[in-house]
Design a protein around this ligand. Structure first.
Ligand SMILES: Cc1cc2nc3c(=O)[nH]c(=O)nc-3n(C[C@H](O)[C@H](O)[C@H](O)COP(=O)(O)OP(=O)(O)OC[C@H]3O[C@@H](n4cnc5c(N)ncnc54)[C@H](O)[C@@H]3O)c2cc1C
Length: 418
């Protein structure tokens, strides 16, 4: 049996479902295949569940320290079962909304494993689908070195950790990218003894060096342990308790488990000429909003600027950046300004004074923004709009920034560019 469509999409994560909506807007007929859960990693095992758990952790942390604000919280405790149940509810609600939106838009959703046969044919079950165009949006999977394969017991992936039944006492987190840092913040807020092990010579090796150093200082103050230039070598079950983790510096840590936050790799797929590969499978930037942007632009054939994709690490305070980092620039060719969040009235109102806004500029234009602050994710967007549209620093300074806000940090930082 054969069915025909204008567009066939394999994978219903952010890339796939966005491409489907966009194609429907353009008047195309669309069939979308999903072998697992609609919404992909982002909705079911990534952005949404982790940020929901993180919110519980941040609330707990805030309540532990709320006496200073005149709010007394006693007998505080974490009920992980409820934290996870709430996370599951949020995910289920959003997934239902998405399924409904796809149905209402007229996307034909086929909940089956699909094989792309060629640039015009997809096979799912015993049916063949003929499509004028085929998109692969099959995403990525957690990655760990061979010697440290996920076992679901002592070596956990970011998927496994979403099913924790009870809080661990001690954990090692291998890798300090976004996933590692966000889970370090979650565990630390829940009073779990955390140790991050990072191979690079700084934690958060993907960020501007000054941001990385500042986060290292914040972690020291919060007593979150970390090693740099060190890797996890071996993980062995300990007959009396948890597992022993051998580090490359010879130290051995006894912990409940290791969370391998060592990256993700695109699913293995034969590349077929004429098929478009979007989202994580494209092997470019592994972020949901990049997948979404790429999907819209590929379907509507409009260009997009890959150098201005925002990056955010959530938690308190947020870490957000876009554009160039200082270590990428030649000294003497740019202007730089750093403005401390503690100089803003709003940060004191919120008892959240840690962090800074750092702006890099060249020839009167912003070329890089690096923020550690409450609301950093929203602040960043203001300057991405300016960067994308090449709005000169002098023009941005003419804007009236509301008071008291963290946005004032952007204004003050721009005023201090030297
Ligand atoms: C813990 C974690 C936290 C994250 N946090 C953030 C964040 O805060 N912000 C952010 O921007 N990004 C975040 N990400 C990254 C984000 O989730 C991904 O970049 C995004 O999901 C990629 O979207 P995608 O559509 O390319 O692929 P996916 O979301 O991986 O979706 C691919 C879909 O294809 C399906 N599929 C695969 N093969 C087939 C087949 N043969 N037939 C049918 N279906 C198939 C899969 O089942 C899956 O549902 C996070 C990731 C993780 C793991």
């Amino acid at each position: 049996m054969t069915e025909s469509y204008d567009l066939g999409i394999v994978g219903a994560g952010p890339a796939g479902y966005t491409a489907a909506f966009e194609a429907i807007k353009c008047g195309k007929s669309v069939v979308l295949f999903e072998k697992d859960l609609i919404g992909g990693v982002c909705l079911n095992r990534g952005c949404i569940p982790t940020k929901t758990i993180l919110h519980s952790a941040e609330l707990f942390e805030e309540m532990k320290n709320s006496n200073i604000l005149g709010i007394e919280c006693t007998d505080l405790k974490v009920d992980l079962e409820k934290v996870m149940a709430h996370k599951d509810e949020v995910v289920a609600k959003l997934r239902k909304n998405l399924e409904l939106a796809l149905k209402n838009a007229g996307v034909v959703v086929v909940q089956e494993y699909a094989d792309i046969i060629d640039a015009k044919k997809i096979q799912a079950g015993n049916k063949l689908y003929e499509c004028s165009q085929v998109i692969s949006a099959v995403g990525s999977a957690p990655f760990a070195p061979k010697s440290l394969n996920f076992d679901g017991k002592f070596i956990l992936s970011s998927d496994d950790i979403l099913n924790l039944k009870k809080l661990p006492k001690k954990v090692v987190i291998a890798g300090s990218g976004a996933i590692g840092i966000e889970w370090a913040r979650i565990f630390s807020s829940f009073d779990v003894d955390v140790c991050i092990v990072e191979m690079a010579d700084h934690i958060l090796p993907i960020v501007d060096l000054e941001v990385s150093k500042r986060i290292e200082r914040m972690f020291k103050m919060k007593k979150i342990k970390f090693y740099t230039s060190v890797s996890v070598e071996k993980v062995h079950e300990n007959s009396s308790n948890g597992c022993d983790v051998t580090l490359s510096n010879g130290e051995i840590y006894n912990v409940d488990f290791v969370l391998m936050a060592t990256g993700r790799k695109p699913l293995e797929q034969n590349r077929i000429e004429g098929v478009k590969y979007i989202g994580d499978i494209s092997g470019e930037i592994q972020l949901a909003h990049f997948a979404i942007k790429q999907a819209v632009c590929e379907v509507s054939e409009i260009p997009y600027n890959k150098s201005l994709i925002p990056s955010v690490i959530y938690g308190t305070p947020e870490i957000a950046w876009a554009g160039l980092k200082e270590q990428d620039l030649i000294p003497g060719t740019y202007q730089k300004s750093i403005f401390l969040v503690s100089a803003l009235g709003k940060s004191h109102c919120d008892n959240c004074i840690d962090g800074f806004v750092k702006i890099l500029a060249q020839d009167g234009l912003v070329i890089g923004v690096h923020i550690i602050s409450k609301e950093a994710s929203a602040l960043l967007q203001e300057l991405i709009i300016a960067m994308q549209n090449k709005i000169p620093v002098e023009k941005i300074k003419q804007v009236c920034f509301a008071h008291p806000t963290y946005s004032e940090g952007i204004f003050e930082c721009l005023c201090n560019l030297k």
